[in-house]
Design a protein around this ligand. Structure first.
Ligand code: SF4
Length: 670
């Protein structure tokens, strides 16, 4: 290869991951040859995960959608015929017009999420959806409950900078497999451990991070709130709380204190799955270590008690004074580093219709099968709901409806794309421009495309601009260039330094948020006091009983609890096309394996009243008796539904998020 033709271009990982890595693409003859970490990036400092190093395979995968295509076979079979963009846009516009005329805008259901975290492309469809008066999709599938829990107590106050953990003496990885889902945070844990800090991991199964912990607490799924409140009860009983800090930084503790005092220990133990002695030891560890940093994972909020769990952990952190800042002291759920005005990318003013149907994205199965009046036109981008939506068997039933027209704008032939009536090629982050704001650290970047689009791919932004014009709309948002939209949005972003400008090429590799508050109290910086009630008139954090996992009718029939945490080779369902022959493993405790006649490495069927799926058994004491752990949303062979065949459309206690980690199932040899 002629080395003179090799160029290196900087970009940012667009995936739904807190690390938002700075990347360097090696480009030869217009093709990306490899991706590596950007050594100049202040947080990710030159390393990336192995998923992203595989991205060039995805970029040029034989599964890549290269041209607009129209379905020619049965829905779900994935047989398509190439058409031109002119034909595709005309067909798309005609379907929209007909649908609005015959059934009204509500019959159009948009569905998009964070397959690409770029602010501009991710929100690219909103302007047109507002103009058309479509149904509104409530984007809840990931962090709705966790975000609601944080917002209730702290509004838009940012989390502690992850770097603070380096000086902690005690780090708690609470419901987060750092080595898989937040790999760069491990650097700070490792540095702190080198200086003598201890790591506590709290999780229902012994994952890679737990294997490196000094103390591993194996709670039951959803038991986080009971552990947090139990620890708080110990701190109250043993006078481990600094009352001066409490008086200065918080309000409303008296009611919580009374509740903790009168609630029996048996409740904390039963609902957390831990012995009272374990809860007490944990609390004493906290009391002994003023320099404590708690990293909270979003996954722990995806059950019927999830919002309350987050609230309870925050209450524990507030009672410990962790929001007060100081060396090695902090609490991080999401960084909330930059706040931009979403109206500048979503354009609600274009909506003439004020009353619109709202559909929670966790209820997609219901929306496509039982909602009245029915959805007639379903438009998907940046998302693979046939794999990632809960109760996925019902979702697929809906996608098979003969009277439903489905448009999918995608990069690769996902399970959802196979159900498309009209399949449109989408750019990857390497082929379009966008703004990326991290949620696990405090950097934002604006990056240009690295290569020209592969095939005839269009960005989400370009697709909806063209479609709007095809429909005859010339409102100002539909006439913006992407540069116009980026410039307009950036002007609204709280967190950008005064006088911030893009460089001559219209990019910035990274800029650090002014909202970063290393070692500064949130109470000083943001002028807020932590209210244990959360909001005026709201209740204090309390113990909650589980929903599905405590239901005796269901437990009698489906006695095993299933959780579905991330797998290191997948990001949600992204990269599934690289593992088409892998159904994924399920971790099974030896006692359960014996009970259900399962051998290690054999194929097993997991089923419940919602559906069934196949996995490969891995028998291990890393999981608890009665708990099955299926990491990763692997795609399945044609016609098979993945792990979300088993998960529920029920919502969390607050925030209306999904309850992915609270499914009861039965296990049997295939
Ligand atoms: S998935 Fe996460 S760790 Fe991997 S490259 Fe992207 S941001 Fe970095």
């Amino acid at each position: 290869m002629n080395s003179e033709k090799i160029v290196y271009k900087k970009t940012i990982c667009p995936l739904d991951c807190p690390d938002s890595c700075g990347l360097v693409a090696r480009v030869a003859a217009g093709k990306v040859v490899s991706l590596r970490g950007d050594p100049d990036h202040p947080y990710t400092r030159g390393t990336i995960c192995r998923k992203m190093s595989m991205y060039p395979r995805r970029l040029y995968s034989e599964n890549r959608v290269l041209y607009p295509m129209r379905r020619v076979g049965k829905k779900g079979e994935g047989n398509f015929q190439r058409i031109s963009w002119d034909e595709a846009l005309a067909l798309f516009a005609e379907k929209i017009t007909t649908c609005v005329e015959q059934f009204g805008g509500d019959a159009i259901l948009p569905y998009q999420y964070a397959g690409n975290m770029g602010v501009i492309n991710r929100n690219g469809g909103y302007g047109l959806y507002n103009k058309l008066g479509t149904s509104v999709i409530k984007e809840t599938i990931c962090s709705a409950a966790a975000g609601a829990g944080w917002s209730m107590h702290l509004g838009d106050v940012p989390g502690s900078p992850p770097e603070v953990a380096e000086d902690a003496r005690l780090i708690i990885a609470w419901g987060i497999n750092v080595k898989v889902s937040n790999v760069h945070f491990w650097r700070y844990i490792a540095a702190a451990k080198k200086k003598g800090a201890s790591l506590v991991v709290i999780d229902p199964y012994r994952n890679e991070t737990a294997a490196s912990a000094d103390l591993y607490l194996q709670i039951v799924p959803g038991g986080d709130g009971a552990l947090a409140l139990g620890a708080l009860k110990v701190l109250v009983e043993e006078e481990g709380i600094d009352r001066e800090v409490l008086a200065r930084e918080t309000e409303g503790f008296a009611e919580l204190e009374q509740y903790l005092e009168k609630t029996p220990w048996s409740a904390f133990s039963r609902l957390s799955g831990l012995a009272v002695g374990q809860i007490k030891s944990f609390a004493r560890l906290l009391a002994e270590h003023p320099k404590t940093f708690i990293r909270i994972g979003i996954g722990l909020s995806r059950n019927s008690r999830g919002g309350m769990s987050v609230r309870s952990i925050l209450a524990l952190g507030a009672a410990l004074g962790l929001f007060g800042g100081g060396e090695g002291r902090g609490i991080l759920l999401s960084s909330r580093a930059f706040n931009g005005d979403k109206n500048l990318v979503r354009f609600p003013e274009l909506a003439e219709k004020k009353e619109r149907r709202v559909v929670n994205m966790a209820h997609l199965g219901h929306a496509l099968t039982a909602l009245t009046p029915p959805v007639k036109l379903f438009i998907v981008y940046n998302c693979n709901p046939a794999s990632v939506a809960p109760d996925a068997s019902v979702v697929r039933q809906g996608l098979l409806r003969a009277d439903l027209f489905t448009v999918v704008h995608e990069q690769v032939l996902t399970p959802t794309a196979k159900y498309a009536d009209l399949l449109l090629p989408a750019t990857t982050f390497l082929e379009n421009r966008d703004v990326y704001a991290a949620y696990g650290h405090f950097q934002l970047g604006v990056v240009d495309k690295v290569i020209e689009p592969v095939g005839e791919a269009l960005s989400n932004f370009d697709l909806f601009q063209k479609l709007a014009r095809e429909l005859g709309y010339d409102d100002p948002p539909f006439c913006q260039s992407i540069d116009d939209r980026i410039a307009s949005y950036l002007q609204s972003v709280d967190g950008l330094p005064a006088g911030f400008t893009l460089d001559d090429g219209g990019t910035v590799d990274w800029v650090t948020s002014t909202r970063k508050r290393k070692a500064v109290s949130v109470f000083t910086r943001w002028g807020v006091r932590f209210s244990f009630h959360g909001a005026a008139g709201a209740a204090i954090p309390v113990l909650l009983e589980p929903d599905e996992s405590g239901n005796p009718d269901l437990l009698s029939r489906y006695p095993l609890h299933l959780i579905t945490p991330p797998h290191r080779d997948l990001l949600n369902s992204t990269f599934g096309e690289l593992y088409l022959k892998r159904p994924g493993d399920v971790l099974i405790h030896p006692a359960d394996a014996e009970k259900y006649g399962i051998t290690d490495g054999s194929r097993v069927r997991l089923r419940n009243f919602r559906g069934a799926t196949v996995r490969v058994a891995r028998i291990t004491e890393d999981t608890a008796e009665g708990l099955l752990v299926a990491e990763g949303i692997f795609w399945q062979p044609d016609g098979e539904v993945g792990i979300n065949a088993l998960t529920s459309q029920k919502l969390t206690d607050i925030g209306e998020g999904p309850t992915f980690h609270e499914s009861l199932v039965l296990l049997e040899p295939e």
